[in-house]
Ligand binder design. Structure first.
Ligand SMILES: Cc1cc2nc3c(=O)[nH]c(=O)nc-3n(C[C@H](O)[C@H](O)[C@H](O)COP(=O)(O)OP(=O)(O)OC[C@H]3O[C@@H](n4cnc5c(N)ncnc54)[C@H](O)[C@@H]3O)c2cc1C
Length: 294
């Protein structure tokens, strides 16, 4: 396998197959996985992190891109935010495209990957609330085989996940859209910021369900299953609208109550809770717009 040097004393290997990547991880479980580098290289560049060996995923065949399998979309772990914005994929996964559009700058979106967002497991990671709202699953691959689990179970805490040191995020599997999807985010400014609060909402018309997940207001994405069930019973599903004008406000209050925010240098817990409620209300109103009165 070709190897190069990134920094003095740092070896980089760049396999071209998933099998070779997994074998390299098995040989050296201390090796550091590098995808787009937009999280990893921040630590390397400021001297906090100096891996002796790096496994680059950039050349692994088939790890980037997507395909449709029936009603399921299969995204490779190295699929970038820019890939998620392509119109054909965005039409099938609009919530993910909305989240991707809010990430960083064009340069970050061109190189940052969905697998990196998952493995970093930041409470503010923009794809994470959407993936939980979609009921998406991750496929983790190692020399021991493959395991599959819901993203909700994969994320175990702030910057913690169920990923073992010898595993790769090989795929993310999610259902194709079957109704409106929304992703709304508040940051300290409009662009190039991580979320102070975010909200993903996924409607499945066939199942008549609403899933709403908050980001950046808890150690992991926050769901409120009781609020989801409550609102599903207050929608006129045939007309595609809310039963009355008070539903969205009450839904926002229920989501705000479910948030578990902390104070930090970006925002107070109180602001985050209020923001989460406002985002949930707006997301629901966008998914089920009130009829225009002539
Ligand atoms: C300027 C800037 C702006 C940013 N803005 C945002 C933003 O708005 N929203 C947001 O959510 N994030 C943001 N980020 C963070 C970052 O871009 C994302 O988290 C991105 O998805 C990370 O992906 P990557 O491919 O660059 O990961 P890398 O940096 O390559 O890796 C990150 C971590 O994941 C591991 N890893 C990567 N891929 C895999 C895999 N397939 N399997 C197993 N482990 C893997 C690596 O070992 C490392 O620990 C920003 C970063 C920067 C520098």
């Amino acid at each position: 396998m070709p190897s190069t040097t990134l920094l003095p004393g740092m070896t980089v290997i760049a396999p071209t197959t998933l099998a070779a990547a997994v074998a390299a991880l098995a040989d050296d479980p201390g090796i550091t996985v590098l995808a787009g580098g937009t999280d990893l290289m921040v630590g390397v560049n400021d001297g906090r992190h100096r891996p002796a060996s790096v496994l680059s995923l950039r050349r692994v065949d088939g790890l980037r891109g997507w395909q449709r399998e029936g009603d399921e979309l299969v995204l490779g772990g190295a699929t970038t935010y820019t890939d998620l914005l392509a119109p054909d994929l965005a039409a099938l996964a609009p919530g993910l495209a909305m989240a991707a559009r809010t990430v960083g700058s064009p340069q970050i979106r061109n190189t940052g990957t969905i697998g990196g967002n998952l493995a970093t497991a930041s409470p503010a990671g923009d794809t994470l609330p959407v993936l939980v709202a979609l009921g998406a699953e991750v496929v983790l691959v190692s020399h021991r085989g493959e395991r599959r689990m819901p993203v909700e179970q994969f994320l175990t805490g702030p910057k913690r996940s169920a990923l073992d040191p010898d595993e790769l995020v090989a795929e993310v599997r999610l259902p194709a859209a079957d109704g409106p999807q929304e992703y709304l985010k508040i940051g300290v400014r409009n662009a190039m910021v991580i979320a102070v609060a975010s909200c993903a909402l996924v409607v499945r018309r066939t199942e008549r369900t609403v899933r709403c997940v908050l980001g950046a207001v808890g150690p992991v994405p926050v769901r409120a299953p009781e609020a989801e069930a409550w609102v599903a019973g207050r929608i006129d599903w045939d007309a595609g609208r809310l039963n009355d004008g008070s539903v969205a406000a009450e839904f926002g209050s229920q989501l705000a109550a479910a948030a578990r925010p902390i104070d930090d240098h970006r925002a107070t817990a109180a602001y985050r809770r209020t923001a989460a409620g406002v985002l949930a209300r707006r997301a629901l109103e966008r998914a089920f717009p009130a009829p225009v009165v002539p």
